[in-house]
Design a protein around this ligand. Structure first.
Ligand SMILES: Cc1cc2nc3c(=O)[nH]c(=O)nc-3n(C[C@H](O)[C@H](O)[C@H](O)COP(=O)(O)OP(=O)(O)OC[C@H]3O[C@@H](n4cnc5c(N)ncnc54)[C@H](O)[C@@H]3O)c2cc1C
Length: 285
């Protein structure tokens, strides 16, 4: 197996153009599992760990540009204020060792519907920046996921960063698993309130072939919430929001849970996270 080790983004993109079949490796927490179990035997690995440009985050006029290879540990330590929802999701990933290595770029590259960052990326209107020797393009997160473990990347492209707009309201992430750590989500849910436009973002994980945006639930909550003079959240609104999130999911029965359980759990997660976020919003409004 060839092991390509570029030291700059330009060299990494040139290597990907020359070897479109080369499998990028960032933290390796997905790639190495596949190699160890012999699920994949690529002709070449493209190691991104020496590409400094991918391992930085920067403040932008609109929010944050998060380099694809910034590990979860740094998101938790450095970005809890700027990206609260993503930091919450990052805290639930694997174990300290996995969080030291694993990256959002890798979560996106794998595009597993169970990846923990996806619900938050959907709820916060993230954009995925991808690049090749042909140029750079930005893909709205809702257009990135294309099927089970499939995404919109072309063979010569790398994920270079994720752009997250500056949050204007509370964000939440919640996940159901058989235990608190080292567990793939049975289902997960990300929520963001966007008071600048009186909007709600709602993303579902591990309950469909791709991460899903709960569009009807978002519309319902946006209309029902008393943005200008916040009143306590009516129980009926929280429950209906939960029902609409459950309806948006398209889960299956598998070893981690039944479709019926996933729908039920999602309705609970949605109801709870909206209640927590709305309380935060009302307190600060
Ligand atoms: C024990 C264990 C526990 C885990 N727990 C969780 C969990 O709780 N939640 C969760 O979501 N995940 C979990 N994972 C999965 C994994 O840690 C995450 O998906 C992580 O985000 C992968 O990041 P990485 O940098 O290690 O990716 P890698 O393994 O390096 O790559 C993953 C995929 O993305 C591609 N890729 C990586 N970087 C790029 C790039 N810049 N451009 C294009 N393609 C790229 C790779 O080719 C590969 O297909 C766990 C894994 C293990 C082994």
């Amino acid at each position: 197996m060839e092991f390509l080790r570029p030291t700059s983004l330009a060299d990494a993109l040139a290597a990907k153009a020359e070897h479109p079949d080369a499998v990028p490796i960032a933290g390796g927490t997905d790639v190495m599992v596949e190699l160890n179990f012999d699920h994949r035997r690529p002709a070449a690995l493209l190691d991104l760990n020496r590409v400094g440009e991918l391992a930085e985050w920067t403040a932008t006029p609109d929010g944050t540009r998060l380099g694809a290879c910034v590990p979860y540990t740094r998101i938790i330590a450095e970005l809890g204020d700027r990206l609260p929802g993503l930091a919450m999701a990052s805290r639930t990933v694997g174990s300290p060792q996995i969080r030291n290595r694993g990256t959002v770029g890798g979560n996106l590259g794998a595009s597993s519907p169970a990846g923990d960052t996806h619900p938050v990326l959907l709820a916060t209107d993230a954009t995925v920046e991808v690049a090749s020797v042909r140029g750079t393009r930005e893909i709205p997160i809702g257009e990135f996921y294309r099927g089970v473990k499939r995404n919109a990347l072309e063979p010569d492209e790398l994920i270079t960063a994720v752009h997250l707009p500056e949050g204007t309201g509370p964000q939440q992430f919640s996940k159901v698993g058989t235990r608190n750590a080292m567990v793939i989500a049975v289902c997960s849910f990300g929520l963001a309130l966007h008071p600048d436009g009186n909007r709600v973002g709602a993303g579902i994980g591990s309950a469909g072939p791709t991460p899903i945006r709960a569009v009807e639930a978002e519309r319902f909550a946006a209309e029902e919430l008393s943005w200008d003079s916040p009143k306590p959240l009516a129980d009926a609104v929280a429950r209906r929001f939960g029902e609409l999130v459950a309806t948006a999911a398209t889960p299956i029965d598998d070893v981690r849970g039944t479709a019926a359980y996933r729908r039920h759990a999602l309705s609970v997660l949605a109801r709870r996270t909206l209640t927590w976020a709305w309380k935060d919003y009302a307190r600060c409004a």
